[in-house]
Design a protein around this ligand. Sequence first.
Ligand SMILES: [Mg+2]
Length: 261
Amino acid sequence: MLKNQNLFLFDMDGTLYLGSQLYEFTKELLTTIKAKGKRYLFMTNNSSKSVADYVKKLEKLGIEATEDDFITSSQATAYYLKLHHANDRLYVCGTNSLKEELRKHGFVITEELDEVDCIVMGFDTELTFKKLEDVSKLLLTREKIPYIATNPDYVCPTEFGSVPDCGSVCDMIYNATKKRPIVIGKPEALMPELAMQQHGYTKEETTVIGDRIYTDIKSGLKAGINTILVLSGETTQEILDASEDKPHMVLQDAGEMISML
Ligand SMILES: [Mg+2]
């Protein structure tokens, strides 16, 4: 049933590798997809790194990739902003990499609060209290200011466990302002939709593969595409049984796809 699928959107951590350890099937899987004339993209919610950083990371793991092989929540955010806030000047609570990505798409970024038209929250590994204060001030003094977050994740996995991600910082802001952002990344449908649109594939021939139901699988279900949950990462059978959202297919790991292509 994967034979008629032509675009594969892969979550990365927990699906193709764990931390800095590539799964043993990953190279063969990606090579097989290419050899069959199909396409894959790496789809990540992480807005702290640039696409160039990700190309380097995969290279280190032994996977050749180009910037065209990615769809990131930073790119999706830029796309969303172009559609809805084309000329807005942005206050970015995010890394320099995120700011760079947004500038590449023509946006002006400012720290002058009087000039700000729209707030963007990212996974900010360069977070300071000043930024939290600025965002709170903007939300509390500017009633209708647009407020957007690249991704809703509460934590990001590291070698030693988790660190707070964009969703956790947005909760801090909520405690101060009672305002919630519009979220762009998984579990929303925008990233899969953007991937299909940019690369010219239909819903019927597109599959998302990931290890989290509440982000990866949900984004696929919302986008109306095929979904595969892999049990090689965060989700256990118990979590799956308890979940209301059910993937179209469940595999122990993405290596099992190879014989189905
Ligand atoms: Mg994952």
